[in-house]
Design a protein around this ligand. Structure first.
Ligand code: UFG
Length: 340
């Protein structure tokens, strides 16, 4: 297949590019580089041993999107591109709605006009909201999310479901990610957050490498075993493999819309993660317990049964693997990707 990967220079997108190329497909990347460095592409070309064509523009630009589809033939699209910081989305809701919804509209319009029939979309466990029973199952309704970011994911799931229901030529996979961490085992690609990391593991990694003084643990008075929040951390390599499995399965999938959780089915607490990272890095990581962060849920994880049964996919890497690979990437690239 010839696969367009939007956001292919980003964290999950870049790891997926490597696996889609390794599976024998041709990959074209579209990315506006608003939250990724162009040097990622050099690393991807070194890892895959192929030239990766890149189109650098914002997908909300309908004319440019239409031109890309007019110029190139694609069999499928994996759509990662989007704004993704929960806190920022509260301060800049309009940007989130315009960007995440607008890029999807523009992309799907071009896909339909040019007869591209397979779409894999990056959704999130955040669509289960505050009330879903744990573990989260794909058939839970109604979807709700606590932030503008999360609501863009809910809205896009509805939009894509409606469009696919009306168009027999389109099949959609909605992949609900839990907490992706880790890096490619080569240590040459990984997560490169700009500014202060919002997420736990990138923050721990920066403390371990000496870029930050200590981890702030947001609350230890939750109703969990050690009082800190529990999440379902999934290795980004397993997550990338889930995209490949979904892409392959879409061809034969009976339903126009297919929802799959991509998680491990196990919760890990903040302190357990900190200690796992200490083992990987072979050093103590300073931390301080501070107040709760607004909006955090105490504990949730995936029921990954559906993806296993329907895709033959399951996450295989452990939390220790995730920490070892994150640490290799962080040590080799203490300041992330180079500017040039
Ligand atoms: N945490 C800390 N200190 C930090 C950062 C995080 O203690 O410096 C804690 C959080 O309080 C939380 C846990 O570590 O308990 C995990 O936090 P992350 O920010 O890494 O991940 P979240 O589960 O909050 O966020 C994820 C995704 C979002 C998604 C959200 C809701 O990153 O995209 O889940 O489903 F919207």
């Amino acid at each position: 297949m010839r696969v367009l990967i939007s956001g292919g220079a980003g964290y999950i997108g870049s790891h997926t590019v490597v696996q889609v190329v390794a599976a024998g497909h041709d990959v074209v990347v579209v990315d506006d580089f608003s939250n990724a460095k162009p040097t990622v592409i050099n690393r991807l070309e070194a890892l895959t041993g192929t030239h990766i064509p890149v189109h650098a523009f914002d997908l909300t630009d309908r004319d440019k999107t239409e031109r890309l589809f007019a110029d190139e033939r694609f069999d499928a699209v994996i759509h990662f591109a989007g704004l993704k910081a929960v806190g920022e989305s509260v301060d800049k809701p309009l940007e989130y709605y315009e960007n995440n919804l607008g890029s999807t509209f523009s992309l799907v319009r071009a896909m339909r006009r040019h007869g591209v029939g397979k779409l894999v979309f990056s959704s999130s466990a955040t669509v289960y909201g505050d009330h879903a029973p744990v573990p989260y199952r794909e058939d839970y309704e109604p979807l709700a999310a606590a932030s503008p970011y999360g609501r863009t994911k809910v809205m896009i799931e509805h939009v894509l479901s409606d469009v696919a229901a009306a168009d027999p030529g389109l099949k959609v996979a909605l992949l609900r990610y839990f907490n992706p961490i880790g890096a490619h085992p080569s240590g040459t690609i990984g997560e490169d957050p700009q500014g202060i990391p919002n997420n736990l593991v990138p923050f721990i990694a920066q403390v371990a490498v000496g870029r930050r003084e200590k981890l702030n643990v947001f609350g230890d008075d939750y109703p969990t075993a050690d009082g800190t929040c529990e999440r379902d951390y999934i290795h980004v390599e397993d997550l990338a493999a889930g995209h490949l499995a979904a892409l392959t399965a879409l061809e034969a999938a009976p339903a126009p819309v297919n929802v799959w959780n991509l998680g491990t089915g196990t919760g890990t607490s903040v302190l357990e993660m900190l200690h796992a990272f200490e083992r990987a890095a072979g050093k103590e990581i300073p931390y301080e317990v501070v107040g709760r962060r607004a909006g955090d849920l105490p504990a949730y994880w995936a029921d990954p049964t559906k993806a296993h049964e329907e895709l033959g996919w399951r996450a295989t890497r452990t939390v220790d693997d995730m920490c070892a690979d994150t640490w290799r990437w962080q040590q080799g690239n203490p300041n992330g990707y180079p500017d040039a």
